[in-house]
Design a protein around this ligand. Structure first.
Ligand SMILES: *Cc1c(COP(=O)(O)O)cnc(C)c1O
Length: 368
C-alpha cells in the first residue's frame, strides 16, 4: 500500500536486529546442532522478503516454508539457502520442485513414490525430507511405514528425516519424551541422514531434543515458545494514531452493542484501527470483562467497548489533563505489551496475533 507522506497511518515496526539476535541466541543454545529457521506464512506475518535476508546474514542456512508458493518467493530472496516445503507434494507438483531447488518434506508413501519416480526419471537423488509421525497424527509416515522404508530404501537418499513435537510448549510434558524416544529409533534406522525434531520449544529444551537440525519459528519473532518462560527479544512494535479525544458522561455507552457503559465522567481516545487490521474483536471490553490495554502518554489505558472494523476506543480518563491529543500515537504492541499478552486477551496465542497483523499498517524495518 502507498502512504502519502504525512498520512497518519498505524505503524508496524519490525526490529530485524532483535530478530537476528534471537536467531543467534537459539543457534548458540543448540550448537553443535545446526539452527534453521521457519519462515512460513510470510515469516509469521512479518515479511519474508526482509526477515529471511536478516536471518541469512545472522548465519541461518536452512529454511522452512509451508507452501511451494512461499518457497518460490523465498528462493528469489535467498538464492543459496536450503529450502524445505513442509506441506510436501500436492498432487502433481513434484516436477515443479527441482527447478527452483525446493526440497519437499514428504509425508506419505504416495508422496515418497512420486519423488522416487522423479529421481529415477532424472537419474539423480534429488534432496527431500521424510516426515515421520511420532504422535501428532497430522502429517507423516507411521512408525511402521518408516521402519519398513528404512529397510527397503526409498529409491532415493533423503536429505533429512524429521518429526514434529505436539506438546513441547508445556515444560516436562511426558508426550515430548515419548515422541523423542520414538524419533530416536527412527533416526537410528536412517543412520547417516540428518535428523530434525525441535521447534522453538524444543530448541529451548534439553540437548536430547536438538538432534542435527532445529526448526525454530515463534521464538525468533519474539513470541513465547514454552509456557511460563519469557520470550526472547520483542521484534514487533505497533503504534496507531489517536484521531479524536471526546468526553462521555456516566450512563453513556461506547460503541456497537452498547456493550460498555461509562461509570464516571470519562475521556475517550478513538484510535484509527480495528479488527480489519487483525486487532481481534475479542480484545474489546464489556461491562462484564476488561479488554486489552493501549499505552498512551507512557501509561497503560484500558480499551472501552467493542473493537470495530476500523476504530477502537480507549479510556484515557486517568491521564493528566491535556496528556493526549489528536495525532498522538498509542502503543498497542511494545513497551512491555507482548504479543502473548495481547493474545491472552483474545483467547488465542502469539502465533495468531503475528500472522494476523494487518495489511493496512505502514511497515517499517529497523535494525537490519
Ligand atoms: C511451524 C513449524 C515449526 C516451527 O514451530 P515454532 O513453534 O513456531 O517454533 C517447526 N516445524 C514444523 C514442522 C512446523 O510446522
Amino acid at each position: 500500500m502507498n502512504h502519502p507522506s504525512g498520512c497518519a497511518s498505524a505503524v508496524l515496526t519490525i526490529d530485524l536486529g532483535a530478530l537476528a539476535d534471537n536467531w543467534r541466541t537459539l543457534a548458540a543454545r543448540v550448537a553443535p546442532a545446526e539452527c534453521g529457521a521457519v519462515v512460513k506464512a510470510n515469516a509469521y506475518g512479518l515479511g519474508v522478503e526482509q526477515v529471511a535476508p536478516a536471518l541469512w546474514a545472522a548465519g541461518a542456512r536452512t529454511f522452512f516454508v509451508a507452501l511451494m508458493e512461499e518457497g518460490l518467493i523465498l528462493r528469489d530472496v535467498l538464492p543459496e539457502a536450503d529450502i524445505y516445503v513442509l506441506g510436501g507434494l500436492l498432487l502433481g507438483t513434484a516436477e515443479a520442485f527441482p527447478g527452483p531447488r525446493l526440497r519437499p518434506v514428504l509425508s506419505s508413501p504416495a508422496e515418497i513414490e512420486d519423488w522416487a519416480r522423479l529421481c529415477a526419471a532424472r537419474g539423480v537423488d534429488l534432496p527431500a525430507a521424510i516426515h515421520v509421525d511420532t504422535g501428532m497424527n497430522r502429517l507423516g509416515l507411521t512408525l511402521e511405514e518408516a521402519f519398513a522404508l528404512a529397510q527397503r530404501g526409498a529409491g532415493f537418499t533423503p536429505s533429512l528425516i524429521g518429526t514434529h513435537l505436539a506438546c513441547a510448549d508445556t515444560p516436562g510434558h511426558p508426550f515430548t519424551a515419548l515422541q523423542r524416544e520414538r524419533f530416536a529409533r527412527v533416526a537410528a534406522a536412517f543412520a547417516g541422514i540428518p535428523a530434525s525434531l525441535a521447534n522453538s520449544a524444543g530448541c529451548l529444551g534439553g540437548r536430547e531434543l536438538h538432534f542435527d537440525l532445529t526448526r525454530p519459528g515463534i521464538a525468533l519473532y519474539g513470541g513465547v515458545a514454552v509456557a511460563g518462560t519469557p520470550p526472547l527479544k520483542p521484534v514487533v512494535r505497533l503504534e496507531v494514531p489517536v484521531i479524536q479525544v471526546r468526553n462521555g458522561l456516566p450512563g453513556d455507552s461506547v460503541g456497537y452493542g452498547a456493550a460498555q457503559t461509562l461509570k464516571r465522567e470519562s475521556r475517550i481516545a478513538i484510535l484509527s484501527f480495528g479488527y480489519a487490521d487483525g486487532f481481534f474483536r475479542a480484545y474489546g471490553a464489556t461491562d462484564a470483562h476488561a479488554g486489552a490495554d493501549a499505552i498512551i502518554a507512557g501509561r497503560r489505558c484500558p480499551l472501552v467497548g467493542r473493537v470495530s472494523m476500523d476504530l477502537t476506543a480507549v479510556d484515557v480518563t486517568d491521564l493528566p489533563e491535556g496528556a493526549v491529543k489528536r495525532g498522538d500515537m498509542a502503543v498497542i504492541l511494545g513497551d512491555g505489551i507482548s504479543v502473548d499478552e495481547l493474545a491472552a486477551h483474545g483467547g488465542t496465542i502469539g502465533y495468531e496475533v503475528l500472522t494476523s497483523l494487518g495489511a493496512r499498517y505502514r511497515r517499517v524495518y529497523s535494525g537490519g
